[in-house]
Design a protein. Structure first.
Lengths: 226, 226
C-alpha cells in the first residue's frame, strides 16, 4: 500500500508517519519508484504499536524508541529483555536512583523480594522504583500502606504469574519480547483500573455498613456513617 | 518559619513556592509584616505532597490541583472521593471514553466486575481505562493477556483489600482522602515495580530450565516445559 493508504488504515497522519520514518521508529517501505514506497501489514502493526505505547501507555517517544530497539535485535539477550521489561516503568515515572531513596527503603524491597523467593539483581531498576514509592509514602506519613508490603507482593506475584501464562515470558523471540513489553505497559493500566474498581466497591460497602470509618462514627454516634 | 526556611526544609525552591502560592495550590502563611509571611509544618507537608504527586507519581499539575481540591472540602461527599480516587489514573493515561473503546471491551470489564461482586457505576472512569487497555491489547494481537483478565482481577482484589486495611478507605475525613489518593498513586508504582521483580525472577527461571517456552520445546523436543 502507498503512504496515503497506510495513513488511512493505521489512523496515523502522513506527517506523523514521515516523522517516524525520519526518526527510524518505522522501517522504510519497499521502493516502487524514485518517489514512491510500498508499505505492508507490518508497517500498520508497527504504527499501532507506537501509538498504543505513546497514547494509551503514556510513554515518552524516547522510551518507545528504546523498547522498539530491544524488540528488533535479532538475537535478544536475556539482559536486554530484563532491561526492556523494566524500562517503561522506570522511565515513565522519570525515576532513577536518587539521593532521596534511602538505603533502608532499598533494603526493605530487597528483603521483600527474598521473602518471596524472587532471584533478582539488587541493581534492577524496579528495585529503586519500588524503594522510591515506599520512601515517598513514609515521607508523607502514610505508614499504613507501607505495612501492607507483603500483600502488595502477593498481588504482584499473581499478576506476574498471569503475565507468564499470557506471553511466554522467556523472551527468546521478537514476538515474546513484544508481548512482554506491551503486556507490561497495558497490564499496569489494567491492574491500576481494576484495583480502583475493587476499591470503589469496598468504599461503598464501608459507607453503607459504617465499618471502616471510625471518625464519622464517633462524630455521629449512630453507627451509620457515610 | 519564613519563606527561605520553608524552601530549605521542603527542598522546594522559593520561586516554585511562590508559583504554588499564586496558583492556589499552597495556602498563604500568616502575615507577620506587610511583606513577610509565616509558614508552618502544614505548608512543609503540603509542599512534599505536591512534589511527590508531580515527581514520583508523574501526575500533571492540573491533576494535582484537582485532587488537592477534593482533599480540602470540609465535608467530602462519597461521590467526590470516588472521583478523586480514580482521577489520577484516568488523567495520567490521558484517557476518557473514546470512539476507540468498543462496547464489547466495556461490557467485558463490567461483566468481570460483576463476577467479582464489585458494585460499581457503569460509568466509573476506571471502567473505561480498563476497557481501553483491554481493547489496545486485542488490537495489537495480544490475546494471551486478555485471557488472563480473571487473574488480574484477583491481583487487583488483593491490592484493594490491602488499601482498605492501610488507609481506612471510607474517605470521610481529610486525612482518609489524602491516604486514599497518595496510596493509589504510590501504590500503582509499587505494584508495577514489584510485578516487574516477580517477572524477572520467572524470566530467569524459565531461561534456566527451558520451561514455559513451548516454542523451544517444539524445536528441542525435550518435553520439559511448563
Amino acid at each position: 500500500m502507498r503512504l496515503a493508504q497506510l495513513s488511512e488504515t493505521s489512523g496515523v497522519s502522513t506527517a506523523t508517519i514521515k516523522y517516524y520514518l525520519r526518526e527510524g521508529l518505522l522501517e522504510p517501505g519497499d521502493r516502487v519508484t524514485a518517489t514512491q514506497m510500498d508499505y505492508d501489514a507490518r508497517h500498520v502493526h508497527r504504527l499501532r504499536l507506537i501509538r498504543a505505547l505513546l497514547e494509551v501507555g503514556g510513554l515518552s517517544l524516547a522510551t518507545v524508541r528504546n523498547v522498539l530497539t530491544v524488540m528488533e535485535e535479532p538475537d535478544v539477550r536475556p539482559k536486554d529483555v530484563e532491561r526492556a521489561a523494566q524500562e517503561p516503568l522506570s522511565t515513565r515515572a522519570g525515576l532513577q536512583r536518587t539521593e532521596a531513596t534511602s538505603d533502608a527503603a532499598v533494603s526493605e524491597i530487597l528483603a521483600l523480594a527474598e521473602d518471596w523467593g524472587w532471584a533478582i539483581s539488587p541493581d534492577s531498576p524496579a528495585v529503586y522504583t519500588a524503594a522510591e514509592a515506599l520512601e515517598t509514602l513514609l515521607r508523607l506519613g502514610q505508614t499504613g500502606l507501607a505495612d501492607q508490603l507483603d500483600e502488595y507482593a502477593r498481588s504482584a506475584e499473581i499478576a506476574a504469574a498471569a503475565d507468564v501464562k499470557a506471553s511466554h515470558l522467556d523472551g527468546s523471540t521478537r514476538e515474546a519480547t513484544e508481548a512482554l513489553i506491551v503486556g507490561n505497559v497495558m497490564g499496569d493500566l489494567l491492574l491500576a483500573s481494576l484495583r480502583r474498581l475493587a476499591q470503589v466497591h469496598r468504599l461503598r460497602e464501608s459507607q453503607r455498613s459504617g465499618r471502616c470509618c471510625p471518625a464519622s462514627e464517633n462524630r455521629s454516634g449512630t453507627g451509620h456513617c457515610g
